[in-house]
Design a protein around this ligand. Sequence first.
Ligand code: URA
Length: 409
Amino acid sequence: MILDIINKKRLGKELTYQELDTIFNGYLEGEVLDYQMSSLLMAICINGMSDEEIFALTKIFIDSGDVLDFSMIDGVKVDKHSTGGIGDKTTLVIAPIVASLGIPVIKMSGRGLGYTGGTIDKLESIPGYRINLKEGEILKQLQDIQIVITGQTASLVPMDKAIYALRDVTATVSSIPLIASSIMSKKIAGGADKILIDIKVGRGALLQTKQDAKELSDLMIRIGKFYQREVRTIISDMNVPLGRAIGNSLEVQEAIDVLKGEETDNEFVRLCFDLASEMVSMGKNISKEEAYEQVVECVKNGSAYQKFLDLVAHQKGDLTKMKISSKTKTIEAKSSGIIKKIDALEVGKLALSLGTGKETLDDTIDHSVGIYLNKLVGDKVKKGDVLATIYIGKKEPSISYDSIFTIDV
Ligand code: URA
């Protein structure tokens, strides 16, 4: 039976709900083995899935765990998800902005994957910050301050956890139907009324082409329609790292700088404001232009930053204890000119080699290390100028950083 299902997909045929249910739930229960599921995932990767199969798979994922219900909280619950990138700390900025404008934000975030960092790892660089809130605590905090950023509970889409871990080691992560059902099942089970997806495309992202990003976008909107959830998407560039900081504490600090209005004019800030405006527009049913004005104002008047401080305090974090390593090295310009490119993938590899994420399951993360980009794309530099500062902990940078910056002379 299991072999018949795998074979059917290998031949590019459509699987029924019953067949998908049998093999996926069989895997979760330990009856279908890793190599059988790997084989099916690769067949899906190569042959794709019809919409009917994807809707069915999304339902099987959702039904594998609890479905949270926040209908007792007033207001439209808008959730946001990024497909992952280098230096992507947007959640830390936009969640407080949106909550400070009166829209409840319940964000269940994940850990890093490969070269990309996870929001939960970043928040753990604030000593004491609790990332494992229980459902009752989430509700209480939402009622008190309208914002929660916590880790996914074990009972939320356990199927995704199991399948994702297998995809990670079988070169099946970048399958568009699998990405779509993974993300949409978590957002729907997490209680979102409306969903915003930031689809990253480029060298530091899961998807490499705009065409794939558009395909994923259209598919997630169709899944949303099927489940009666409004879905909007933004396709954003991940050839260049997002913002200046890559590494956990450094990224929290950069998010604080943006919330305080101290960093105002770079691609990262523009993306944060764009995403936040989209969420506010969805949450309040107003135009994006009107939402944008409110977003700018809540940063200017300090209420977004205050919401971030409230969040950290409620989840017992102590920002005064956050550490950034004092041991540094610099990358200097080898020639004068204009910075043409900063390679996101190379920056990601360098950051990982310092210990910003895990290279093996047993690794520990060093929250104090990372890279700060003193110069960004388009900046004019002179030979010898500091382009980036590397914050080092126990691990010395183990890869060359010669190819990170490209300067047009
Ligand atoms: N993020 C997810 O949550 N799932 C995927 O499959 C890819 C990115």
